[in-house]
Design a protein around this ligand. Sequence first.
Ligand SMILES: CC(C)(COP(=O)(O)OP(=O)(O)OC[C@H]1O[C@@H](n2cnc3c(N)ncnc32)[C@H](O)[C@@H]1OP(=O)(O)O)[C@@H](O)C(=O)NCCC(=O)NCCS
Length: 135
Amino acid sequence: MYGVESCVHPDYRGHGVGSRLMDARFAVLRQLNLRGMIAGSAIIDYYRYADRVPVEDYVRGVEAGIYFDTNLTKQLHKGFRVHTLIPNYVSDPETCGWGVLIVWKNPDYRPARRARWPVAPVDRTLKRERPPAFR
Ligand SMILES: CC(C)(COP(=O)(O)OP(=O)(O)OC[C@H]1O[C@@H](n2cnc3c(N)ncnc32)[C@H](O)[C@@H]1OP(=O)(O)O)[C@@H](O)C(=O)NCCC(=O)NCCS
């Protein structure tokens, strides 16, 4: 599953709304037995450090709990892991253009339970018609 652009109104952030949205996505993943979710995280507090901290160090610092990022810190808390940096992700002064590809692996994923290809239901009431006689 690919996830992007979830947003909670600033007045209501930090009250568990975003967490419930993420949990709802995880529930769908489990229900569909998907491997996991990849998402883009806009690191919206990077602008506070961008003049002195390289983006790689900032992201490592968020992972280590040194820096708080309104998006990435919360997503990591929910079980996402950093995969790689995305340059030119969004054009805004807060992220300085940087995003992070984050991954959540479904711990309940079972490869055997999923059909390799979509299988159409078989209508057993259908009768095979005789082909028309060749003229
Ligand atoms: C990302 C966003 C959706 C999160 O929504 P939110 O309602 O503020 O999030 P919550 O309050 O539910 O917190 C989410 C989780 O982070 C945890 N958390 C909150 N503050 C934390 C902190 N300082 N350190 C560690 N974890 C923290 C919460 O405990 C919660 O986890 P839990 O349910 O296991 O306890 C919201 O910040 C937002 O809208 N950001 C701006 C829009 C945006 O850029 N979205 C992402 C696009 S990539």
